[in-house]
Design a binder for this molecule. Sequence first.
Ligand code: NAG
Ligand code: NAG
Ligand code: NAG
Ligand code: NAG
Ligand code: NAG
Ligand code: NAG
Ligand code: NAG
Ligand code: NAG
Length: 903
Amino acid sequence: MKTPSKLVIIYLLSLCIAGCLGDFIHAKYKSGHSRDQVVSRRYMAEVSDCDRFLEYIKNQNIKVHHTIRNSFFNSISFEIKHLDKEHEYATLKSIMNHDDVEAVSPVHVYKRAAPATSQDMFKVSPEEAGYRSTHRLLQIDKVHRELNLTGEGVFIAIIDTGVDYLHPALGGGYGPGYTVQTGYDFVGNKYGSVPGSVPEPDSDPYDDCTIEDSSDGHGTSTSGIIGGYDLENNFIGVAYKAKLGVYRVFGCQGDSTTDIVYQAIDKAFADGADIISLSVGSDTPWAAPESYESKLFAKIKERGVIVVAATTNDGDLGIYSTSSPSTLDSVYSVGGVYNEYVVYDGTFTAAGISGAVGKFTLFILPYPPLIMHVEYQVLSITEDGTKLYMTDGDLSPSFNGTGDISKDACDVNNISPTVQGKIALVKRGPCSFVKKALNVASAGAVGIIVYDNEPVFSNEDRLVNTTIPYAFISLQDGERLESGNSTVRVKFSSSRKLIYKKNPYGGMATFYTGLGPTAELDLKPNILAVSEDVYTLLPRYLGSWTIFDGTSGATPLVAGSIALYLQYMRNKNVSVDTTFEQFQNYASVPVSADAGGGIDHPVRVGAGLIQVYDAITQTTHISPAQISFNDTASQDYKTQNLTITNPGQTTVSYRVFNNASLAIVPYDRTVSGYRLLGTVKTQAASADLAFSATEIHLEAGQSQTLTVTVTPPNTDPLDHVMYGGFIQLDPITNTTTTTTRPLHVPYFGVVGKQYDLPILDRDYNITVSQTKDGEWVTVNEYVIDIAANKTDLIIGCKTLTPTKIMRVEIFEDEKCTQLLGYAYYDTVYNQVYNHSPWVFTFRGTFTKDVASNIYDYSTYSQTFVQVPGGQYYIRQKFLKLFGDPGKENDWEYFTVGPVVIKR
Ligand SMILES: *[C@@H]1O[C@H](CO)[C@@H](O)[C@H](O)[C@H]1NC(C)=O
Ligand SMILES: *[C@@H]1O[C@H](CO)[C@@H](O)[C@H](O)[C@H]1NC(C)=O
Ligand SMILES: *[C@@H]1O[C@H](CO)[C@@H](O)[C@H](O)[C@H]1NC(C)=O
Ligand SMILES: *[C@@H]1O[C@H](CO)[C@@H](O)[C@H](O)[C@H]1NC(C)=O
Ligand SMILES: *[C@@H]1O[C@H](CO)[C@@H](O)[C@H](O)[C@H]1NC(C)=O
Ligand SMILES: *[C@@H]1O[C@H](CO)[C@@H](O)[C@H](O)[C@H]1NC(C)=O
Ligand SMILES: *[C@@H]1O[C@H](CO)[C@@H](O)[C@H](O)[C@H]1NC(C)=O
Ligand SMILES: *[C@@H]1O[C@H](CO)[C@@H](O)[C@H](O)[C@H]1NC(C)=O
C-alpha cells in the first residue's frame, strides 16, 4: 500500500524550487515543466552541431556529462564548474548567446521509480502463482495459447534500476541467447546514494547491489513481468521471448537526473529498440509541447518507436495527478487495476457479535450466539521468514473510546487496558502497522487483527520483525467486530488452507492510479493494466520473488502486450498511432470501484483495461482513439470526426451509441472554494452525443467517417464537472459473426470554462516570513535590512489549479502602476498539489525585463541587480488556465507591501 510520506517530500522540494534555482533569464532559457529539484550548475543545451559546441566550450571551466547525438536531436548536458553564481551566469549567458545553441534547460532530479509499497520477498506455490497471474484479465494467456505469440523478434528496452539477469527465471545469463541481451549502466552502484555522487558508467546493466544497500530491485521486477520464464514455479512473463535491453539509470539508492534518463532513451533508440518501457516519471500534469522532453519523445515516435510510461501512484490526490513523460502526446500513459484474485490464509469465526453492519447483513441473527465467518490474511513474519500464526482467543478493541479512532493504536496511551492478554482489534491508518503492533503488544496484547479503513480490501503488507501474530481483514468485517461486545471470542481455522477468492474489485482501477487529464485537457491515462498484486521477480539478493504494487507494474504489462501485437504484425508496417489506437479500441471498460458502481471515467481509466487477444485479432479500427471535447468556452471542439475502417475480409455492421460514465466532480466548492478533492466524487450527469449515423455497415476494405457532436450535461458550470464516457460500437449480429467484438472511443469534457477557475487558494493564509535563527518566522512588517542581516522575504501561497506562468513584479507604488521590474524569472508549467504551497523568496534583487510569452522568449538577457533602497510593492501574478499572457485580465494577482529595503 501507498504511504502518505510522499506529500512531505513534495512539500520540501517545492520550497527549494524558488530558493535553489539560479536567478536567470534569457531568450533561450527554458526552465522545463518538471517540478522536481534542479541540479546545481547543470544544464542541457540543444545544439545544431555537437562538435562545434564542444569545441567552443573546451577551454571554459565546463565538464561535459552526456551527449545525445543523432540525425534528429543533438543535445549536450554539462556542468559549469564555477562555484560562484556570477561566473556561472556569465558562462551560461555566453553559451546561450552562441549561434549553435537553440535552447538551454536546467537538469532536474529524476525521482527514483518507487513501487507503491516496499517490496518484500514473497514466494508462493505454483498453484498460488497461477491464481495470482495477471494474464487472464488481459487475455494474455489466450494469446500465448491460441496464437503462439511470445514477443520473439521484438526488442523491448527497460529504463530502470538495472537487472539481476542471473536470476534463473531470466535465463541466468546475459547476451545473445538469453532474455536480457543488451543494455547499459549509466550510473553504477553508488550513484544517487550521497549528494554530489558521480556516475560510474559501464556497459553492463547488472544489478549487483546487496541487501545492505536497501536497494528495491525495481528493474528486476519490471523485467520479470515482461521476460520471466520459470515453468517449475508456474510463472511466465507477457512477452517471454522478446529481446530485452535494460538501461540502468538509478544506483542502488537515491534518484537520477533528467539528462541521464534522456541519454538512456537515446541509447535504447540507437540500439534498435521497438518499444521503450518507462516505469518512472516526474510529477506534473502538463504535456508542455515546447519542452525539451516533449520534443525528444515526439521525434522518437516519428521514427516508429513506441514509448510507454506509468502515470503516478498519486490518484488519491485528485485529478491532474499524472506525470511526465506519460503526459506527452507521443507517449502511451499507463494506469492500473486490481488483480483478479485475493488470497486468504484461512478463515476465523467470531462469536458474540451484534449490530452487524455493511454487506454482511446476512449474519444478523438472534442474539446469542452470533457467529461470523471472516477470511483473513496472516502476514506476520519473523526475522527468519516464517509466518506467525494466530491462535484462538478473545478479541478486544484497542480503541479506548476517547479521541479519534482513525488514529487507532498509533499512540500507546490511547490503547484500552482491556487488550491485556487478548487479541487487539485495530483500525488501519495513519501510522505503520508495525507501530500499531508494537504499541498493542506493549499494552499486553497477544495478537493483532487490523481491519482496513476503506471498503476496497487490499493489502499485501507484511509485518516484519513483529513480536505478535497479525491478521488483516476487511473494513466491513472489522466494523462488525468493533460494534460487538467488548470481548469477542475468535477461533481460527486449523487447516490453514489458502483460499482463493475472486476479488470483487478485480479489473477495477486502483484507488492510487494517477488521474488525468493534462492541464491542457488532453485525455490521460490512455490505457490500464494490472498494477496491484502483480507476482514477479526480485533480484536474488532480495529473495527472488515478490508481489508488486504500483503503476510501475502495469507499464511493462502494456509494453509486453504491444510486443505480442508487433510480433503478429511483423512486416505489416503498422504505425505507432495505429498500435496505440488498436489497443484503446478494444480495451474493456472497468466498472468504478466507488460506491454506486457504474462505468468508470476516462480521466481515471483512459480507454479501459487492455485486452490483448481482441486488439490482435480484430480488424475494424477507429481513429482517433480518444476524444477531448475540451471545456465549454468555445464551440471549436464540440464536433469531432472518427474514421472507422474495415481492413478485414468480411462485411461488418455496428450499432453506435453513447455509453456514458458517471461524471467526476473534481473540486470541493462547499468547504474551501476550489480545492481539489483528493478522492474525486462522482455524479450522475452525462452528455448527449449526436452521431452522423447510428449504424455503420462496412464492406471489406471500406471506411467511413462518423461525426460526433456533443451537448454537455446541464450541470452548474461553476462546478466544473468532468463528464465522460465511451462512444460504443456494438456488432450487429445479423450480418457479423459472433467473433466480432465491440469497440469504443473514450471521450470527456468539462462543463464550464477552465479560464474561470481560480488559481490562488484564497482560503489559505498567504504568509510572509523571514528567517530567524534558521527558522521561518511570520512577519507583518516587510523589511529587507542588509546591515541588520535581514535579507530574505519568503512569501508562501497555495495554488488550486495548475498555472502555466507565475510571475513576480516589483512596483514603486501601491496601485501597481509604476513597474520597477521583476523579482524573479517566470516560473512556467506549475502544477497543483494538495498540501503543497508555492514559496517565493525575495532577496532584494530584480531584473528589468521578463519573457512575456513562454513560446517565444524575445531577446532578454538581463541578470539580476539590486533594488535600490526605498519602499516597494511585490505583486505575484498567475496566468489563468487557457489565458493569454498578453491580457491583464487573464492573470490573477496578489500584492505584498509596502516592502522597505534598507541599504
Ligand atoms: C503453436 O505452436 C505449437 C508448437 O510449436 C504448434 O503445435 C501449434 O500448431 C501452433 N499453433 C498455432 C496456432 O500456430
Ligand atoms: C483514553 O486515553 C486517553 C489518553 O490516555 C485518556 O485521556 C482517556 O481518559 C482514555 N479514555 C478512556 C475511556 O479510558
Ligand atoms: C528486522 O530486524 C533485523 C535484525 O535486527 C534488521 O536487520 C532488519 O533490518 C529488520 N527489518 C525490518 C524490515 O525492520
Ligand atoms: C453484550 O453481551 C451481553 C451478554 O453478554 C448482552 O446482554 C449485551 O446486549 C451485549 N451488548 C451488545 C452491545 O451487543
Ligand atoms: C482546449 O482548448 C484550449 C483553449 O482553446 C487549447 O489551448 C487546448 O489545446 C485544448 N485542448 C485540447 C486537448 O484540445
Ligand atoms: C468532419 O467530416 C466532415 C465530412 O467528412 C467534414 O465536412 C468536416 O469538416 C469534418 N469536421 C472536422 C471537425 O474535422
Ligand atoms: C441487418 O440489420 C440492419 C438493421 O439493424 C439492416 O439495415 C441490414 O440490412 C440487415 N442486414 C442483413 C444482411 O440482414
Ligand atoms: C487564517 O488566519 C486567520 C486569522 O489569523 C485564522 O483565523 C485562520 O484559522 C487562518 N486560516 C488558515 C487556513 O490557516
